[in-house]
Design a protein around this ligand. Structure first.
Ligand SMILES: Nc1ncnc2c1ncn2[C@@H]1O[C@H](COP(=O)(O)OP(=O)(O)OP(=O)(O)O)[C@@H](O)[C@H]1O
Ligand SMILES: [Mg+2]
Length: 425
């Protein structure tokens, strides 16, 4: 996969970088024809956008009736999903006539509607007051729409149907890229109605990890079309943990400098020469989240000496079963009083942040949404989502806080070709 395609893949996943910016979706009924009194500022819709409006309206009414009349979704949701090991994806073979791409498309054609139907079932099981939230309803509709489009698609018989199918999959990846942000918003809006915290946690853990799996499969299929000797689909044959850490260190430092005027240096030690086959996509989500947290804590605990802050240290440990990345900061640690809540969705101390006053204007301009949703922190989604993803990958995310000094976060992830059993996508 080319560098550009990989960056794109991260955007599609709705990674730490891209999920922070809310999408502004235009409601179908707002795309009308506007005529001013004098007829000068006429804003006509082109025939194509009129037809896309009709298309949207038709799609929408289809979606609404689908909330109730959905025997196809019901029966798909009863089917088990077939999860692949990355080894199966890696060694599926590459045939010069492109047969491997056809079989990958046929697998998706069968599998995606089942996985999406499971998610729709999840939305339908939400308490009424949550399920009615407009933002959550919008995500629910997106899933129903995706189900309809994917299950209506004819059988994949040749390269021409496969090409159309890949185009549809790409389009859906794009349509769904803001789903994490929308769910974060939607649940935040109806927080006050939620009595049972475990309900939110279970729903979000399942929805977000299942989404990660779907996006990994879909992106893998699309990437199979590309010719990059280092990659098979989304699997990097010789991933260097050091390199991927460095990439996200650069990203987090830039954000941090933007917000605090400086950023801690990051030292990487341990098994810096390790290389092994792995899927970078989930790490592309988790690493920036953990690094942003470490840098924010470092900067905010050294507001008096922002140009002299302690380094963040990242240690890599590789073995034949898994690999561990420890991120150690000297940002004062996580206070005892909040330690057992930092892994809760929506828990954040963002509103208590002390911004450098010199940065506040810039910061507001950048986010356009007030001081609570900065790119460094804000949703309270970084840790819980990272933990859910790590567990989905057969690993874990653990925190050790030395209150008064700093925090160590341990990300443990299972190898895809290691001794133990690997995870399944
Ligand atoms: N390394 C750390 N040192 C000190 N406190 C931390 C650290 N990491 C996380 N925290 C605390 O845990 C809270 C939750 O972290 P989390 O990453 O889930 O959310 P956030 O950073 O506030 O927002 P988001 O990550 O969604 O932008 C943070 O607000 C912060 O108070
Ligand atoms: Mg965070």
């Amino acid at each position: 996969m080319s560098g550009r395609a990989r960056v794109r893949a991260v955007e599609l996943l709705g990674s730490g970088a891209s999920r922070l910016f809310l999408s502004t979706s235009v409601a179908p009924h707002s795309t009308g024809v506007t005529l001013t009194l004098h007829g000068i500022n006429k804003r006509f819709r082109s025939t194509s956008s009129m037809s896309s409006y009709t298309e949207l309206a038709r799609e929408r009414s289809k979606t609404v009736t689908s909330f109730y009349n959905q025997p196809a979704i019901d029966s798909s949701s009863e089917k088990p999903s077939v999860r692949l090991t990355p080894a199966t994806m890696l060694y599926a073979g590459k045939s010069p006539d492109g047969q491997h791409i056809l079989s990958s498309a046929r697998y998706l054609h069968k599998e995606l509607p089942v996985r999406i139907a499971h998610r729709i079932k999840g939305f339908r099981s939400l308490p009424f007051i949550i399920g009615c939230n407009p933002t959550i309803l919008q995500v629910h509709e997106l899933y129903i729409r995706a189900y309809n489009m994917l299950s209506d698609f004819p059988a994949i018989t040749d390269q021409e149907t496969e090409a159309r199918y890949s185009k549809l999959v790409k389009q859906l990846l794009d349509d769904h890229k803001d789903v994490v942000t929308m769910l974060a918003e939607g649940f935040r809006e109806c927080r006050k109605h939620i009595m049972d915290e475990t309900l939110v946690r279970n729903f979000l853990d399942t929805t977000l990890t299942s989404r990660l799996g779907i996006r990994m499969l879909a992106t893998h299929h699309i990437a199979l079309h590309e010719d990059n000797p280092d990659f098979v689909g989304i699997i990097c044959r010789r991933l260097s943990p050091k390199k991927i850490i460095e990439k996200w260190v650069d990203f987090a430092r830039r954000l941090c400098e933007h917000q605090y005027g400086n950023s801690p240096r990051v030292r990487i030690n341990g098994h810096v020469a390790a290389r092994f086959p792995f899927i970078p996509l989930p790490l592309d989500y988790i690493l920036p989240e953990l690094l942003k947290n470490a840098m924010r804590a470092t900067m905010e605990s050294h507001l008096d000496t922002p140009y002299n802050v302690p380094d963040v240290v990242v240690t890599i440990a590789n073995n034949d079963t898994d690999f561990v990345i420890r991120i150690s900061d000297r940002g004062g640690g996580i206070p005892h009083s909040i330690l057992d809540r930092v892994m809760d969705y929506h828990f954040s101390t963002a509103e208590q942040s002390t911004q450098d006053p010199r940065m506040s204007n810039l910061f507001d301009n950048m986010t356009n949404s007030g001081p609570q949703s900065g790119p460094m922190h804000g949703f309270g989604f970084g840790l819980p989502t990272s933990r859910a993803y790590a567990e989905y990958l057969g690993g874990s995310l653990a925190i050790q806080s030395m209150q008064g000094i700093g925090t160590d976060v341990y990300l443990r992830v299972r190898h895809i070709d290691g001794k133990g059993e690997s995870f399944r996508v």
